[in-house]
Write a protein that binds this ligand. Structure first.
Ligand SMILES: CC(C)(COP(=O)(O)OP(=O)(O)OC[C@H]1O[C@@H](n2cnc3c(N)ncnc32)[C@H](O)[C@@H]1O)[C@@H](O)C(=O)NCCC(=O)NCCS
Ligand SMILES: Nc1ncnc2c1ncn2[C@@H]1O[C@H](COP(=O)(O)OP(=O)(O)OP(=O)(O)O)[C@@H](O)[C@H]1O
Length: 216
């Protein structure tokens, strides 16, 4: 993929708050391309990846409605690296192609690609102008995902083990949003970065400063 102009890669570990933060940017006019949503579409009832998945994993990986049996696949791939690699080999190229196509229709002043595995997979870092990491403590991640998905702590930890450690992800960040506190703490951080991105991408009259948001 070629580097996309005016694009931010938003990432974070499971349950860090990527979707919550992305929605706050969308409310300010940013175009969202959410790779998690794309992955769900590809694996929905008779989704575009389902034939390839059934060929690879057998008919048992699909539910009666032709969608991926997500709980069964989750149990199968988190803890089995080779199975996960087979799943990703089918889905990731399709996700990247769909994300690229969606970005072509972008209307906003800049596009935010929401990519859970931005640091782990593909060439996303080269493709986006800046990397924004949504960060929180591991204990916060675990508590949020257990509450939201009804998973056991061990299941959440198995998914986290398939992702880079927090410090590795933070090392890849140009920008960081801290999401350890309540929802009210997010809006000021999002607003500050949104203003910076508008300037950075030249969507306002102010001169862009490529290196720092501190002068805003
Ligand atoms: C294994 C599957 C079926 C489990 O489905 P489930 O509904 O439980 O999770 P969902 O897809 O909503 O993903 C939730 C979160 O799990 C984490 N996650 C998902 N896939 C992976 C993966 N391959 N490696 C590490 N973490 C992952 C991400 O943080 C993601 O945001 C599903 O995650 C999947 O198809 N994964 C492969 C595609 C992929 O890599 N998606 C994430 C990047 S777009
Ligand atoms: N600051 C916050 N305070 C309280 N709850 C929050 C906060 N941020 C997110 N949440 C909740 O935590 C859960 C995870 O948030 P969200 O879905 O935005 O994370 P995500 O990174 O997109 O998750 P995933 O990796 O699973 O796709 C959700 O139930 C969300 O409502």
């Amino acid at each position: 993929m070629e580097r996309a102009a005016r694009s931010i890669g938003l990432t974070g570990g499971i349950g860090c708050g990527k979707s919550t933060v992305a929605d706050l940017f969308a409310a300010r006019g940013a175009t969202l391309v959410d790779t998690d949503l794309i992955a769900h579409e590809l694996t929905g009832p008779h989704g575009a990846a389902m034939a390839a998945l059934v060929a690879e994993f057998g008919p048992g990986c699909a539910s009666a409605d032709g969608a991926l049996d997500r709980a069964a696949m989750r149990a199968r791939v988190f803890g089995d690296e080779r199975a996960r690699a087979r799943l990703e080999a089918i889905l990731h190229p399709r996700i990247r192609a769909a994300a690229e196509a969606a970005a072509l229709a972008a209307q906003g002043p800049y596009t935010i690609f929401v990519v859970p595995l931005l640091v782990e997979s593909g060439n996303w870092r080269e493709r986006v102008a800046r990397v924004l990491v949504i960060d929180c403590q591991e204990s916060t991640q675990i508590a949020r995902v257990m509450a939201r998905n009804g998973l056991q702590e061990s299941q959440v930890r198995a998914i986290m083990a398939a992702q880079v450690p927090r410090q590795t992800r933070l090392a890849a960040a140009d920008d960081v949003i801290d999401n350890d506190d309540g929802l009210a703490a997010l809006a000021p951080q999002v607003e500050r970065l949104h203003q910076f991105y508008l300037r950075f991408f030249g969507a306002t009259d102010a001169a862009p400063d490529a290196n720092s948001i501190e002068r805003l």
